[in-house]
Design a protein around this ligand. Structure first.
Ligand SMILES: N[C@@H](CCC(=O)N[C@@H](CS)C(=O)NCC(=O)O)C(=O)O
Length: 221
């Protein structure tokens, strides 16, 4: 049976959600984040980078959210949640599937790191680290996030889902950047379509079932 190696409160929530949308049976092996938020060492026994999500199925180990989504849809999708090939929707789908981790997440991760860093610095060094972090955020990270969020807002004005009028796995992949932006980049300010997207996905029964299976998920809530 397909196994999801699930790190609590992480991107592997998306994989649970996809499997729930498709009605595929799966089992969960759970891993708990350490106090420093890193994954425990046991996850490295499954994949050398020790990141989540990772799945194992039919003798293969597959890491990286986008690759996992492709594998699951190829193996179990029967054409669901992906637009037909050679359509403009399929092109948009492929774009968002890659963009989510390739372009949207890096500035969101920088935002998290430079926000948290001063809090975790010894008191003596904290004023310097706070100043540097604040400069990086102001000059580099926040302007980029602003552009990305405006881009999502504009794209969601063309259709209610990222690849077109139909809900697809690209929306599942894009959920994490939007949820992260709502949690740490003030997405709620002046991005009503993006916030409505989040409301729509959170109302889906499969999203709710995945939450029950995956446990506490503070990025999404
Ligand atoms: N681009 C990768 C990112 C994987 C990733 O960074 N996962 C985080 C969880 S959201 C993780 O495993 N963090 C724990 C750690 O780095 O130790 C993907 O989408 O699968």
């Amino acid at each position: 049976m397909l196994t999801v190696h699930h790190l609590n409160n992480s991107r592997s929530q998306r994989v649970l959600w996809l499997l729930e949308e498709l009605g595929v049976s799966y089992e969960i092996v759970r891993y708990q984040r350490q106090p420093d938020m890193r994954a425990p060492a046991e996850l490295r026994a499954i994949h050398p980078l020790g990141k989540s999500p990772v799945i194992t199925d039919r003798g293969s180990t597959i890491a990286e959210s986008g690759a996992i989504i492709e594998y699951i849809l190829d193996s179990y999708g029967e054409g669901r949640l992906i637009p037909p090939p050679k359509t403009s929707e399929r092109l948009r789908y492929t774009y968002w599937l890659h963009y989510a981790e390739g372009s949207a997440m890096p500035p969101l991760l920088l935002k998290l790191l430079f926000t948290v860093m001063p809090k975790r610095t010894p008191a003596l060094l904290r004023p310097v680290v706070r100043k540097v972090s604040s400069q990086v955020l102001t000059a580099f990270v926040n302007p980029q996030l602003k552009e990305h969020m405006a881009f999502w807002e504009s794209e969601l004005g063309k259709s209610q889902w990222f690849a077109g009028d139909e809900f697809t796995a690209a929306d599942i992949q894009m959920s994490f950047p939007l949820e992260a932006a709502a949690a740490r980049a003030s997405l709620e300010e002046a991005h009503p379509r993006a916030m409505a997207f989040l409301e729509r996905i959170h109302a889906r029964p499969a999203y709710q079932r995945a939450l029950e299976k995956g446990g506490r998920y503070t990025v999404g809530r």
